[in-house]
Design a binder for this molecule. Structure first.
Ligand SMILES: [Fe+2]
Ligand SMILES: [Fe+2]
Length: 440
């Protein structure tokens, strides 16, 4: 019997608080953010503490975006925290990603956004050498990808797809060749290979297929390549969403992508994965509650408030609220959008909305729709007021959608926005996005 247990944490976006994270510039920046920032260091520490207490596994995996935005000081402080976790007997294997290097590292004080020292790719090699690379059976020096033996019968294929800004989220032919060599060697040794990589392999919901940065480039062919070469499980992050999806190749081989949210942004989760032979069990945990120095309790509703204010605030920012260059039309539009209800929109499309949702403000409705796509397991399936009214709405505006579909479609893949959105309103797969069991 082969057995493996590990914790999976991704997108820690750790921020060294002493750099500065308060004031007017900070408050303005946070208005458009999905995740927290000033709270990230204690939030990550709360997760590390919980993981450190569990003696049932000694393996912890981190799937990239370690600091907020590449601040060197955040890396240094995180490394110290990870060393403490190692001192408790944990073996930590991690990869880095786009936010780990050169990504506008900033701190905040008063009215100022202050640039701080960033991090290079070479720095990352040095900083995190003892968190995977030093134990590796093989290393791809160019991308910082590596293979490591996790335990008897299991290897981790840690893929770094963020080595260059221009090709972020993609696997080159050269890298694919390196992967193939590693998979052949693992096969010869009789080891099961689990892959870890930052970008989602499979979109969290079908509609995210349309968003280029929401998944690995050319994801269908990469998923088929991995599945057809014996990789049946991959661990990913990046979108800060909870999603577990299965892809089956034309040859009939399947791969499951366990995509996990950031512990520092709603739904604020990390996971524990247990594998016995080919049976996989996934359990999700909330970031533990904690209290800031000023007595503020940071808990699930706290993370939810940060997430929920993002959509209305971004809309206000698009229409230049509070800025000198806001035009009269933008001011008028913002006022109208804010007061618009679901019933008001459907009336424009020539039908009355269901009573359950007709009085909802459109901005609240948008949050209601988007939130479950990040929490996992959305519940607006056929028969629900949301599904039925959206379906009717899309039918009424089909003359517009047909033009957009034609523009987005490619020779080998037709796009149908109505179908993509409606199928994203519920989970019709056999896997729950949060806790589930399946075979690989
Ligand atoms: Fe991230
Ligand atoms: Fe990312």
């Amino acid at each position: 019997m082969k057995k493996l247990d590990f914790y999976l944490i991704t997108d820690t976006h750790y921020f060294e608080r002493s750099l500065g994270c308060s004031g007017e510039a900070y408050d303005n920046y946070m208005k458009g953010e999905q995740m927290c920032l000033a709270e990230n260091q204690p939030a990550d520490r709360a997760v590390f503490e919980a993981v450190g207490k569990d003696d049932s596994t000694d393996i912890v995996l981190l799937a990239g975006d370690l600091p907020k935005n590449g601040e060197y000081e955040s890396h240094l402080a995180l490394v110290e925290d990870l060393k403490k976790l190692q001192a408790k007997g944990k073996k930590i294997y991690l990869i880095t990603a786009g936010h780990d290097f050169n990504d506008h590292p900033n701190a905040y004080a008063g009215k100022e956004r202050i640039p701080v020292k960033g991090t290079t790719r070479d720095d990352l090699w040095e900083l995190y050498y003892d968190f995977g690379l030093s134990d590796a059976l093989a290393v791809d020096r160019k991308t910082h990808s590596y293979v490591v033996k996790l335990t008897d019968g299991f290897r981790l294929l840690a893929l770094n797809v963020d080595s260059e800004r221009e090709t972020r989220g993609s696997v080159s032919d050269e890298m694919q060749e390196w992967i193939l060599k590693q998979l052949d060697e693992a096969k010869a040794a009789g080891d099961t290979v689990i892959a870890m990589e930052h970008y989602p392999l499979i979109p969290q919901q079908p509609v995210f297929d349309l968003v280029g940065d929401a998944h690995l480039r050319d994801w269908r062919s990469k998923a088929a390549f991995l599945a057809d070469n014996g990789v049946n499980l991959i661990l990913t992050g990046h979108m800060h969403a909870q999603s577990i999806k299965r892809f089956t190749s034309e040859k009939g081989n399947s791969i499951v992508d366990i995509q996990t949210s950031a512990p520092v942004g709603y739904p604020s989760k990390y996971r524990k994965v247990s594998i016995t032979d080919n049976k996989v069990s996934v359990k999700s945990f909330d970031t533990p509650d904690f209290v800031l120095e000023d007595g503020t309790k940071v808990d699930k509703p706290y993370f939810l408030r940060q997430f929920s204010q993002m959509i209305p605030n971004r809309m206000a920012s698009m229409l230049k609220e509070g800025r000198e260059d806001q035009t009269g039309i933008q001011k008028f539009l913002l006022k109208r959008v804010r007061s618009l209800t679901v019933g008001g929109v459907t009336r424009l499309a020539g039908f009355g909305a269901k009573p359950e949702i007709k009085n909802l403000k459109v901005t609240d409705f948008a949050v209601k729709l988007v939130l479950p796509m990040f929490e996992g397991d959305p519940q607006f399936g056929p028969g629900t007021p949301v599904y039925e009214d959206l379906s009717k709405f899309f039918s009424r505006i089909s003359f517009i959608l047909n033009k957009v579909n034609a523009k987005l479609s490619k020779d080998d893949r037709k796009v149908d926005i109505k179908e993509l959105v409606l199928s994203s309103l519920y989970n019709d797969g056999d896997l729950s996005d949060n806790d589930c069991e399946f075979t690989i």
